[in-house]
Design a protein around this ligand. Structure first.
Ligand code: HPA
Length: 273
């Protein structure tokens, strides 16, 4: 695995990619974010030998590096999911490669179903913690000491400093934002009513099928994480007519516009020594 990471990192370097200030994974419907970036380099994932290939229509699979204000930003447009058939180690290979190249901050975004009764479709939620119900962990197997410790702490998985900064930026932009726990499930089938009740009782505010493996891999490597969910549909007992994937994408785009505005301000305000 470490050899694969090194080889992919060398290839990306030869294409001009370098250490960035901020690495962002953008989820379903959130590609508007890319329009804010002065793009220097763009390559499709399939050009990187050994990386998986996205099988989801709404996930493009493109790697971009450019400038946003005075910060170097690398964007992974499109990600890999466990439900596509990849192992947890395969899912995090592209991310680990980019973290290996180096970044000061990893921002992960996703589309999620709202479990908290206060949420509406189109809302956004800062992830302040997660529950891993995905049935696996990308760190399973021999530990790669060069990347991080065998038993990395997850107590501070989501950086409080960046959560507070995001809240401030949202407030300054008059954007309503929630704060809550993201529960990662395997999917791709959506939740039954009993499963909805379970995740709610466990303390989750949103459910989704991504993010958890990526955050674990990033924290293993000691990188600070900020997570934001676009609430694309409400999962509850009254939602007998489960939202279609098209609705999910439309609401992700509405929420995505808010996330885009917040991240623009947030990244401008970042100050890495
Ligand atoms: N459940 C799980 N994952 C999701 C959902 C959902 O309702 N919406 C978007 N991702």
């Amino acid at each position: 695995m470490i050899d694969k990471i090194r080889r992919s990192a060398e290839f990306l370097k030869s294409e001009g990619f370098e250490k960035c200030d901020v690495l962002i994974i953008i989820g379903t419907g959130l590609s508007g974010l890319i329009e804010d970036i002065d793009v220097d380099i763009k390559i499709p994932y399939y050009r990187v030998d050994g990386w998986p290939v996205s099988t989801v229509k709404s996930h493009k699979g493109e790697l971009i590096q450019g400038m946003l204000h005075d910060k170097t930003v690398t964007v992974m447009s499109g990600r890999f999911h466990y439900y596509e058939g990849y192992s947890f180690q395969e899912i995090v290979l592209p991310l680990r490669t980019l973290l290996y190249l180096g970044t000061n901050l990893f921002i992960v975004t996703n589309a999620a179903g709202g479990v908290n009764d206060d949420f509406d479709a189109g809302d956004i939620m800062i992830i302040n913690d997660h529950i891993n119900l995905m049935g696996g962990n990308p760190l399973r197997g021999r530990n790669i000491e060069e990347l991080g410790p065998r038993f990395p702490s997850m107590l501070d998985a989501y950086s409080l400093k960046y959560i507070r900064m995001t809240e401030k930026t949202a407030l300054a932009n008059n954007i309503n934002i929630y704060n809550g726990v993201y529960c990662g499930l395997q999917g791709p089938s959506l939740e039954t009513i009993a499963e909805y009740n379970m995740v709610k009782n466990l303390g989750a505010d949103a459910v989704g099928m991504s993010t958890v493996p990526e955050v674990i891999a990033a924290r293993h490597m000691g990188v600070d994480v900020l997570g934001i969910s676009a609430i694309t549909n409400i999962v509850n007992k009254k939602d007998t007519d489960h939202s279609s994937h098209d609705d999910v994408i439309e609401n992700a785009m509405r929420a995505g516009e808010k996330i885009r505005k917040i991240l623009r301000g947030f990244i401008k305000g970042l100050d890495f020594e």
